[in-house]
Design a protein around this ligand. Structure first.
Ligand code: HEC
Length: 154
């Protein structure tokens, strides 16, 4: 059974009751912690080329409007949200987060981020965790490339 991916319009509709409309820029942002048991859950899905291709598409369709193409938290609607979307290119934040925790947050959601429990299968959610890891690595590699480029100009 295939679901249609939500359009930007649908995402915006979803945001209105969550405070999108007149959202102040700096609402309180209490820390968002996954339960310890959820943090410990191991990722049962190995990152494969095929899996990453599937999750790239899922990310583009469901996550990019907020989290941005490279995952830097700078999607087209990011600035109008009551909370800033997580930045997956932040190596420190990502190294502290376990796969289980990322999975739990994707599953649970916290306004304005929706819960994906009923929208995406468990496998898809784990594949997305692998994709987020890939985005973090890619951002780190890009940074190294830039630095090397500066030190050893061609
Ligand atoms: C409507 C905008 C929006 C969409 C769409 C969205 N997110 Fe988020 N996401 C957020 C915001 C805002 C936060 C920060 C929430 C907080 O700190 O309470 C967040 C946080 C997260 C986090 C937690 C990071 C951490 O360690 O704290 C993960 C993981 C995540 N999003 C993954 C996804 C994935 C995967 C998708 C697509 C399936 C997605 N998000 C779609 C807005 C969105």
């Amino acid at each position: 059974m295939r679901r249609e991916s939500p359009s930007i319009g649908a995402v915006l509709l979803l945001l209105i009751p969550l405070g999108f409309a007149g959202a102040a820029q700096n609402e309180t942002n209490p820390p968002w912690n996954a339960p310890e048991a959820a943090r410990q859950v191991k990722n049962p899905v190995k990152p494969t080329k095929e899996g990453l291709a599937v999750s790239a598409k899922l990310f583009r369709e469901n996550c990019m409007t907020c989290h941005g193409e490279s995952g830097a938290g700078d999607g087209p609607v990011a600035d109008s949200l009551m909370r800033h979307p997580a930045n997956f290119t932040d190596e420190k934040m990502m190294s502290e987060a376990t796969d289980g925790e990322l999975f739990w947050k994707i599953t649970t959601g916290r306004g304005p981020m929706p819960s994906w429990q009923d929208q995406l299968s468990e496998t898809e959610r784990w594949q997305l965790v692998n994709y987020l890891r890939m985005l973090t690595e890619k951002a780190a590699d890009d940074k190294v490339d830039k630095k090397e480029g500066q030190e050893k100009p061609q």
